[in-house]
Design a protein around this ligand. Structure first.
Ligand code: DC
Length: 209
């Protein structure tokens, strides 16, 4: 079974994907971490994330498991990940890895921006997870503030909105809901309630097959 979960930053899709993978006995791939790893490598090498050659070089030698998780979640890497993700050659370098991952038994939950539309268009279940910008900024702010007390919530909101715009408006694989994806709005849902809603959608969908 393959479950595709897409949505904007801090919508709750990563947490949901992890919990769904545990629930259905599947593997989990956070595809945003692949773009983050490319961005991290470019920045570490002193390169420019918007430069096609710098970004493609990093994408072709991608080794995401070697990078500490916290180092991938800084605001600078988030911003640069969205920039490298708009480069078609970067996306195609990462596409085969994602499809191979999904194809290994017993299947997987993949979360990202284009899983239901491009990476796994034939997924068994698809969710598009959204939440208001304010709710998402609040969640991301609380996560970042635990590590850095100088973070300001209004800056987090500005960054999230700029990143969403770039992810939505790029020409290659823009973030968009697949026609057959279920929309799940987590603005007013805690994690457990969102998880139960996702399970109901997936089980309902599967029992209709
Ligand atoms: O999900 P995330 O916030 O960790 O993703 C970081 C960036 O990577 C995001 O701004 C856009 C890009 N991304 C993408 O373009 N396609 C994906 N499938 C996953 C992430």
């Amino acid at each position: 079974m393959i479950i595709a979960i897409d949505g904007p930053a801090a919508s709750g899709k990563g947490t949901l994907a992890k919990k769904l993978a545990a629930r259905y006995g599947l593997r989990h791939l956070d595809t945003g971490s692949l773009y983050r790893a490319v961005a991290y490598d470019v920045l570490e090498a002193g390169g420019d994330p918007a430069n096609v050659d710098d970004a493609v070089l990093a994408a072709r030698k991608l080794e995401p498991s070697g990078i500490p998780v916290d180092a991938l979640r800084t605001p600078a890497v988030s911003e640069a990940a969205s920039v490298v993700a708009a480069i078609p050659e970067v996306r195609s370098a990462i596409l085969a890895f994602q499809r191979d991952y999904a194809a290994q038994p017993p299947g997987a939950v993949l979360d990202g921006r284009d899983i239901g539309t491009v990476v796994c268009p034939n997924a068994d279940a698809k969710l598009f997870v959204i939440a208001s910008s304010q709710a998402r900024a609040r969640r991301r702010y609380l996560e970042l503030a635990a590590r850095d007390s100088s973070v300001r919530e209004e800056d987090v909101l500005t960054d999230i909105e700029a990143r969403d715009r770039r992810d939505r408006e790029r020409t290659v694989s823009p973030m968009t809901k697949a026609d057959d994806a279920y929309l799940l709005d987590t603005t007013n849902l805690d994690i457990e309630t969102a998880f139960e809603a996702a399970v109901a959608i997936i089980d309902g969908r599967r029992s209709n097959d």
